[in-house]
Design a protein around this ligand. Sequence first.
Ligand SMILES: *[C@@H]1O[C@H](CO)[C@@H](O)[C@H](O)[C@H]1NC(C)=O
Ligand SMILES: *[C@@H]1O[C@H](CO)[C@@H](O)[C@H](O)[C@H]1NC(C)=O
Ligand SMILES: *[C@@H]1O[C@H](CO)[C@@H](O)[C@H](O)[C@H]1NC(C)=O
Ligand SMILES: *[C@@H]1O[C@H](CO)[C@@H](O)[C@H](O)[C@H]1NC(C)=O
Length: 294
Amino acid sequence: MYTTSLLAALLTAPLALAAPSLYQHISLRAPSDKVKCPIVIDGRVPTNLSRTPTVFDTSNALFNPDYVKGNNLTWSQILKFPATESSRFDGADHAAVEVTISDLSIFQKQVGFRRAGLQFASDSPQDPSDEGVKTLHFSVKQDPARPLNLTHEYLNVWHETADYSNNQIQFNVGTLIDQPSSKINNFKILDRAGKQIWGIPIDYKKWQNFAIKLDYTKNQTTIYYSTGSAKLARVVGPSSVNLAGGGQFQIGVLKKPTGTSDVVNAGYQSPNLNEGQIYGGLFVEDSANGCVSL
Ligand SMILES: *[C@@H]1O[C@H](CO)[C@@H](O)[C@H](O)[C@H]1NC(C)=O
Ligand SMILES: *[C@@H]1O[C@H](CO)[C@@H](O)[C@H](O)[C@H]1NC(C)=O
Ligand SMILES: *[C@@H]1O[C@H](CO)[C@@H](O)[C@H](O)[C@H]1NC(C)=O
Ligand SMILES: *[C@@H]1O[C@H](CO)[C@@H](O)[C@H](O)[C@H]1NC(C)=O
């Protein structure tokens, strides 16, 4: 429990504790850890916790236990911890986590969607991750036993405004309902208007590592990317986007229906779903002074 409570203390610490100099002293990092900047929100799953998934069913240091998931499901039913090599920023101490969806993945009365999305425990509608210059890191890997169905549109990672009216930045895959001619096999990073900022085909073998720098002071985003254990490189940006509105990150799987314009409440979802998206290296770092972990 030592690891858990120390993490909890860090995650709830006042901002002053997040000064870069302190990070060098309170380090939970393995030598293999490639994180170079102060972490503002750490959603990397300690290997220990991956062995006790029921930890995620109640209040814990990493994720909100209550949102966003099927009404009758618990996180220990939704999350899987596949035995796969660590992603670049997980190092030896952290494990991959897979978010799955099934026919039971209906949140509240949203019968159009099948969804399960992790929210960081320390992420609130207005907090340090919505100010200054911050970078969201996430890596994805595909599970051959739980493939996504690219006939559908998926929204899997995003930052949603505090008033829930839009997402400042969104990471989609599959058939975009509003842009059917977009490449269905590509991961697509979109702005709040749905305009594509960058895209890359799904790699069915390797980790794909994404970093999305959000410069809230300039309304700009810069995207970094690599595969496997390679160092990230800038692929696009800085691009102008509207990052106003605060809000929260969400990371998981949100599968939209086909055959409707009312995606929340209607449309078609094929039955007996067993789909998942594997994630690793989830964290938000402080990119003040141009710091981005590559
Ligand atoms: C975490 O892992 C370490 C080493 O693998 C072990 O010694 C420790 O007991 C574990 N802690 C928990 C809470 O499982
Ligand atoms: C959840 O359980 C309730 C009570 O058993 C049931 O009425 C409801 O249909 C279930 N919801 C889903 C999405 O399966
Ligand atoms: C970002 O863009 C929005 C929309 O144009 C604007 O309201 C907001 O003030 C801008 N923020 C900054 C820091 O320029
Ligand atoms: C993919 O989705 C479409 C539309 O819902 C459905 O017709 C098809 O059977 C699905 N394919 C698989 C392999 O599940």
